[in-house]
Write a protein of this length. Sequence first.
Length: 412
Amino acid sequence: MKSNNFWKEIEKDLFIIYSEDLEDFRAVLGAKTSRTAHLELKSDLSPELIKEFADKNIFNYGHASIAEMSFPSIFSRNFGWISSWFLADNPLFVGQEVSTRAVNPLIKSLPCFDSREEDRDSFNLFSMIFSELISKLEEKGGYRYDSIRWSIPGNFRTGTTVMMNSRVLLRHLMMLENIIEMKEVVRRYLLGAQICSPAIFRSIYKEGKYFENNLPARWKSLSFIREEKEFRIEPINNGLNLELLSQIERRVGSRKNSRSYLDDEYANLGLFKVHIECSIAAARDFHRHRAMMPWILNLLIDREGLPFISRHYNVEDSYTSAVKNTFLKFSEKHANKNSINFFDLYSLPLGTMVSLVGFGTLPKLLYMLELRSKALGANFEYRKIAETGLKELYHLLGERFCRENNIVLPPI
């Protein structure tokens, strides 16, 4: 059976996985186990009884954890990577974004609907360059786009599936409602959540103004940052060394191989602040590591004060003039500013260099670097950056610790 037989289109470009009353029923049935040890429950709960239970226990009593047992499954498309970034910018996010390896059908002739008309010229330029570069590629399949994804227009159309619990999803959307450019995107996901789980939705959702003064600072603007170093790690605990490693109260078991997890007790060493300088395309890949959130994004500029394309990509000479002209126009538009709106990035291609800062404990950081450096089919840009990160971490932790825990130095 085709997968689209399971998706219900509730309006253009908005789909849900739907079975009537299932998500409300799941939440209420799960909640009722808190009052019995033997599952002696009525399983024929009617929609009316489900609504009554949700109103009484969530809306009135405030037992919002019940909503965590409802899981709306929603897919929408044709908005841009920035709105998708915000949708996924939660450590409890569960879902998938349309990959750049599937982007060609989504470019065509239309930019994403959440971009501005003034960015249309940039879209036309880079979609033309991307199409021309595709015609020169000999290899087949989605992987062939990796080497040319620098030229994908910033305002290309993508899509995102969310399969999150209602409590987290609705509260996240209630915050995102306060981002003007995301009004339509958020409306779609709210509608999907409401249809999937109407009783839970009615009990949890409050108008977005509820969070209007509560937006995270990282969502409000981006700063201009001068390029420094591709990858660097700063231990928050003022200098990690072997002496500090030995201060863990009891001996932690060594990791047997690099395919297993580092013992969670190493989280006791505190946070690491990670600085990554990469393209927007690679930043989206690193951003998916929820355990390293919050990720803070800023725009890199070179010595001339201009944005630039990641040096991991080979930009053909025939395109360099047009690309630099795009960056010049961007810089002139934002001259004398210390920061810009997140959505201004839609006028720049995905190869544009950005600064990404994240925070994580040693086990989470190591997991991210090993995965991104060794995963089958890894994109060459984030793989090389992750290899650089592993070398920095190896130097920071010391040879003995790395040897005992099978942290392998990447080949030179």
